[in-house]
Design a protein around this ligand. Structure first.
Ligand SMILES: Cc1cc2nc3c(=O)[nH]c(=O)nc-3n(C[C@H](O)[C@H](O)[C@H](O)COP(=O)(O)OP(=O)(O)OC[C@H]3O[C@@H](n4cnc5c(N)ncnc54)[C@H](O)[C@@H]3O)c2cc1C
Length: 382
């Protein structure tokens, strides 16, 4: 075992949230170290799969909106620093008012989105179905209720964001340990001790951003309230000789229980997904391959919405870590002082991740940042 090394902040888990925390700490001049059991960006957690919808007016709850807005600012800065396109602002359409299925999305999603856009002065338009069809030919099948269009929204590239955060943090002096699982986190006097197989690290504060592995670091009665579910993503062939599915003509969308993206990479497919909140798994032993049954389940729904899409090109899987009410858990660890738990993001965390990482680090360092709502604190089991 090596000698103990001391840091101001240690970040456990370097996905979208942990990487943002590491970068925020490095920007603030703190001595920071980040550890990950794999080598991010990787495909075993929650921050991969080519695209994430990022939007500013948040239908999951108006309180999320400042985090989404601040994240756009942080990605813009990181884009300049890294020279990478991290976000493509192709716009967002929320098509229709009701999502009657068992998704993480709450009732009143469209109305809350509009309310958030109005109260935060976020540019948006309310469109009729005829206007949607005329402006965005990919949505020729939309015939129903009004639609919400947010032109400044779009899609982030999660792998690029994760990589850029870590590269920038390292350039600013952060230490990074990849392929290094943290075995334990414990109180140590007025700080915290982290143990890996080869090292002991002492930190004044720990940010626990372990995503689907977070339950391993929580008391059992808290861990039991988190549900890890396996999600599938599907890419379909765009029609030949049509630009309708290019980002310049197709906003990302949320439409009943489907959501999806225009073609994100030249020659690539149109990614469409739904949510499955039934398939509970353990982070360590979920099946990565998409099955024939899963493809057969989603394909008819995709064909009904987008009849001109062609063959199923490929699939991928990803993990949600959800709280009972599909809100976030962000706050002090229930048992270990100086540890902040920052990821259970219930399947909608990416768009807030940059600001969340910044806010937990700022709180630890008594610096100003986006205020974390008290209602997100790690809920005490009833
Ligand atoms: C299919 C899918 C689609 C999504 N779509 C959207 C979307 O469109 N918009 C949106 O805003 N959000 C979306 N989300 C949610 C969003 O992607 C997640 O909330 C976010 O990426 C979670 O990031 P994280 O850092 O908490 O987790 P992760 O990225 O999983 O990071 C956790 C990290 O912790 C590491 N780790 C775990 N245990 C240990 C340990 N013991 N020691 C060291 N390291 C450890 C893991 O290796 C991992 O790298 C989606 C999620 C999925 C799965």
């Amino acid at each position: 075992m090596n000698a103990t090394k001391a840091f101001d902040i240690a970040v456990v888990g370097l996905g979208a949230v942990g990487g943002a925390a590491l970068l925020a700490g490095a920007r603030a001049g703190a001595r920071v170290v980040g550890l990950d059991r794999f080598a991010p960006p990787h495909e075993f957690g929650s921050s991969h799969g080519e695209t994430r919808i990022v939007r500013a007016a948040i239908g999951e709850g108006v309180a999320y909106t400042p985090f989404a807005q601040r994240s756009f600012e942080l990605w813009d800065r990181l884009s300049v620093e890294s020279g990478e396109t991290l976000v493509t602002r192709c716009g967002l359409l929320v098509l229709g008012g009701v999502l009657p299925h068992a998704t993480h999305v709450p009732q009143g999603f469209l109305e809350t989105t509009i309310a958030a856009a109005q109260s935060f002065a976020i540019a948006h338009e309310i469109l009729t179905d005829a206007e949607v069809r005329a402006r965005f030919p990919a949505y020729a099948r939309f015939d129903g209720e009004r639609a919400y269009f947010e032109p400044g929204a779009g899609m982030a590239d999660p792998e690029r964001v994760v990589a850029a955060q870590l590269a920038r943090a390292a350039a600013l002096g952060a230490r990074i340990r990849i392929n290094t699982p943290v075995m334990s986190i414990a109180k140590d006097g007025d700080g915290v001790i982290i143990r890996t197989q080869t090292e002991t690290i002492r930190a004044a504060h720990v940010v626990l951003a372990a995503g689907a592995w977070a339950p391993a670091f929580l008391p059992r009665d808290y861990a039991m309230r988190l549900t890890v579910t396996r999600q599938t993503l599907h890419w379909f062939a765009p029609p030949a000789n049509s630009s309708a599915y290019e980002p310049s003509r197709m906003p990302v969308f949320i439409w009943n229980d489907l959501y999806g993206f225009p073609i994100a990479t030249p020659g690539g497919g149109v990614k469409v997904a739904t949510e499955s909140l039934q398939a509970t798994v353990r982070a360590d032993d979920y099946r990565a391959n998409v099955t024939r049954e899963e493809i057969d389940l989603v394909t008819p729904r995709v064909r009904a919405a987008f009849p001109d899409l062609g063959a199923h090109l490929r699939g991928a899987t990803c993990l949600y870590t959800s709280t009972p009410d599909f809100n976030f858990w962000v706050g002090p660890h229930p048992e270990i002082e100086h540890v902040t738990v920052v990821s259970a993001c219930s399947g909608h965390g990416f768009k807030h991740a940059a600001a969340l990482g910044e806010a937990v680090v700022a709180n630890a360092m008594a610096m100003p940042a986006t205020a974390i709502p008290a209602s997100w604190s790690v809920a005490r089991p009833a």
